[in-house]
Design a binder for this molecule. Structure first.
Ligand code: PLP
Length: 285
């Protein structure tokens, strides 16, 4: 059965899901996206993703064409129509298609809203057991990385470089410090057992999984410090890991070909992954 996508009010086969060549998402990357995980047919941490969606669109003065409550209904209907058990729902909202290509915001143009799903067994992904290798690349992005914009060319290049190097992720570096992964938040566990992740701000996307993991760790009296760290510090750490909606918590076992600790996923990473999966299942909608 062909996959079903959602486009501006209609559920249609993926091959028929189309937007205009004048769509501002296509012409200017003038749009925002979100990705929520699906486990056992239910959305994971979706309130957090929808809150970030509202914040992102607000920062670029883009009005959502539907309420977030309606968006969640559409996400659920799409999951059901695709019989999706485990995977992700991608959603994107753009400033719509005008009659030409003017940079300034168009008047009276309805934003575009599209969604599609993909299948992934996030819990049993092989890399969850082995961990991933990462490479480092300069962070080439703009100054408002807190907005989940569809302008992802820097991450496309970063993740392509990782793919060519046989790595699972690229860590982006600015002023000698790790900002974040191409599509993940970065963490280390220091030798004195402090979980360190960069503080939120305009330099990084406020990861929903990062937020949940920090809260879950703090609830368990684990020590968390939100500050920038360098690759040297990560290589001297006990453990390193990344978080994202499509990975949950995933060990990083090498950076630029150098092992992190013994080159195997560490106990804290494994524990945080279990804690996150438990949280995800308990709060799924
Ligand atoms: N940082 C960047 C640049 C991302 O693109 C993503 C996810 O795509 C993340 C962090 C992780 O965010 P989340 O946990 O909300 O998926």
């Amino acid at each position: 059965m062909e996959q079903i996508a959602y486009v501006n009010g209609s559920f249609v086969p993926l091959s028929e899901a189309k937007v205009s060549i004048l769509d501002r998402g296509f012409l200017f990357a003038d749009g925002i996206y979100e990705v929520a995980a699906v486990l056992d047919g239910k959305l994971i941490d979706n309130a957090s993703h929808l809150a970030r969606l509202e914040r992102s669109v607000g920062e670029i003065e883009l009005a959502l064409p539907e309420t977030t409550a309606r968006i969640q209904e559409i996400q659920k209907e799409l999951v059901a129509r695709n019989d999706l058990v485990n995977g992700m729902v991608y959603l994107e909202v753009t400033r719509g298609a005008d009659t030409g290509r003017d940079f300034a915001f168009p008047k009276n143009v309805k934003p575009t809203l599209i969604m599609f799903t993909s299948t992934k067994d996030i819990i049993n992904a092989p890399s969850a057991k082995t961990g991933i290798n990462v490479i480092t690349v300069p962070d080439l992005r703009w100054a408002r990385r807190d907005i989940k914009s569809v302008a992802l060319l820097a991450q496309v290049l970063a993740k392509q470089a990782a793919a060519v190097a046989g790595a699972g992720e690229a860590w982006m570096i600015e002023d000698g410090k790790v900002t974040e992964g191409g599509s993940s938040s970065c963490f280390i566990l220091t030798q004195d057992d402090v979980i360190v992740t960069r503080q939120n701000g305009s330099e990084i996307l406020p990861g929903c999984t990062r937020k949940a993991v920090v809260a879950l760790a703090e609830e368990r009296q684990l020590r968390v410090e939100e500050r920038a760290f360098s690759v040297e510090e990560a290589l001297a750490a006990k453990e390193a890991f990344v978080t994202s909606a499509s990975l949950f918590v995933q060990a990083v076992v090498s950076i630029d070909g150098k092992k992190v600790a013994d080159g195997k996923p560490g106990p804290m990473t494994n524990r945080l992954r279990e804690i996150y999966v438990e949280f995800a299942k308990a709060t799924a909608v």
